[in-house]
Write a protein that binds this ligand. Structure first.
Ligand SMILES: Cc1cn([C@H]2C[C@H](O)[C@@H](COP(=O)(O)OP(=O)(O)O[C@H]3O[C@@H](C)C(=O)[C@@H](O)[C@H]3O)O2)c(=O)[nH]c1=O
Length: 181
């Protein structure tokens, strides 16, 4: 397993060891003891799976209170995945970092508590899987506007017919939202 830090302290890109053979491949997508050795000692309590067509943008979501850390990956298709630092005390408050996750590159992305998370689907029939370290609490759920100019996420929108949920189409600007301490 190879772990790479991002330009914002917190999020991590995780490349699992992939064992390929004539049958296909095998990889450990989660191993509590092995990840704990790498500093990721996480008690996951919920697993989620979504399917999206090309051009779907889900985000930028967070819960406050009740923040969720998320270990995300793609098992078919591809996404551009983004985390935004919402910790007011952080020197990188309001900054974003992004990574392409695909069935092909098998990368995982760790989005810690205190970040908004979202992704843009780059291929049809993209299956997105993630583990969460806190349960879903819809009453505490918020959407940071995916296109907030103060955050300035550089989404790879070329050739994309963008599709958003009604909730995500009216996300809150960073300047108006209740961030973390
Ligand atoms: C997130 C979630 C949704 N739901 C339900 C609520 C709703 O009826 C339906 C679809 O919900 P949403 O539109 O919020 O789904 P979606 O836009 O895919 O929400 C997800 O987006 C990504 C970016 C994240 O980071 C996730 O944490 C989550 O917020 O599923 C659950 O029952 N449990 C859950 O944990």
């Amino acid at each position: 397993m190879n772990i790479t830090e991002c330009d914002i302290p917190g999020p991590l890109i995780i490349e699992p060891k992939v064992f390929g053979d004539e049958r296909g491949f095998f990889m450990e997508s989660w191993n509590a003891a092995r990840f704990a050795e790498e500093g990721l000692d996480i008690a996951f309590v919920q697993d989620n799976h979504s399917l999206s067509q090309k051009g779907v943008l889900r985000g930028m979501h967070f819960q406050n209170p009740g923040p969720q850390g998320k270990l995300v990956r793609v098992v078919s298709g591809a996404v551009f995945d983004v985390a935004v630092d919402l910790r007011r005390s952080s020197p990188t408050f309001g900054k974003w970092t992004g990574v392409e996750l695909s069935a092909e590159n098998k990368r995982m992305f760790w989005v810690p508590q205190g970040f908004a998370h979202g992704f843009l689907t780059l291929e049809d029939d993209t299956d997105f899987l993630y583990k969460c370290d806190a349960t879903y609490a819809p009453q505490h759920e918020h959407s940071l506007a995916w296109d907030d100019p103060d955050v300035g996420i550089e989404w790879p929108l070329g050739g994309i017919d963008l599709q958003l949920s009604a909730k995500d189409a009216k996300g809150t600007l960073l300047s108006d939202l209740e961030a973390f301490a």
